[in-house]
Ligand binder design. Sequence first.
Ligand SMILES: [Zn+2]
Ligand SMILES: [Zn+2]
Length: 248
Amino acid sequence: MDAFPASVLVFLGAYLLNVLYITVFYHRGLAHEAVILSPRMQRFVAKTGIWVTGIDAKAWVCMHRLHHRHSDTQKDPHSPVFAGVLGLFRKQLLAYRKVLVALIRRHDHYDKVVADLDLEVSAVNARKRWYLPYLSHLVMGVGLAWITGSAWIGAAFVLGISSHPLEGWAVNALAHSYGYRNYATDDNSQNNTWVAWLVAGEGYQNNHHRYPDEARFSHRWFEWDWGYQLCLVLSFCGVLRIARSTRT
Ligand SMILES: [Zn+2]
Ligand SMILES: [Zn+2]
């Protein structure tokens, strides 16, 4: 196969794997229990998720629940209202680090937010080796490039698997700034079609903030949440159970 189509396929595969962990397992599963993961599956997700996404499951869930609790107020860990759309990229990284460190130090305020989860902060983070998952992505990318003889294929893998900060920025910044609203929520959440299409339905922030415990983020006929379709496939395969799809 030519290097270009192979690079595109590798990028899409790595991107899909990354998105699957974040939107289905971390977000709809652990954070909101809109899809139910067995305790064994929860532990598997937390253990492997750090290596797939580079993001700690417990810290992500904690930060995300705080975002819902304080959406677009001063206490929101990542709101473009205060950080600005571009400034949010840095703000969300700092917020994630703050939550991670607080959980490692067993800070009561943060511990309580995720008290229901029978999960620990991942061992690499607890030992301050947060860079190892990213380093492993890089090593795998170099390995792929060496095996296939194409630097493009290696780069495509690294870009796809490390895409979470960019996906997070698109959702947190753009889908809280630009779009349309189906519901008059107290926050600035928007339904941003482009972000929804690119990031597995996550761009429908207004729908999601109105009904956070629903597995399906699309509420109107023209909205497409392919993250929910991933949930349906995984439900069919017995990996998870959909608790609530949508009330609309
Ligand atoms: Zn939001
Ligand atoms: Zn949420």
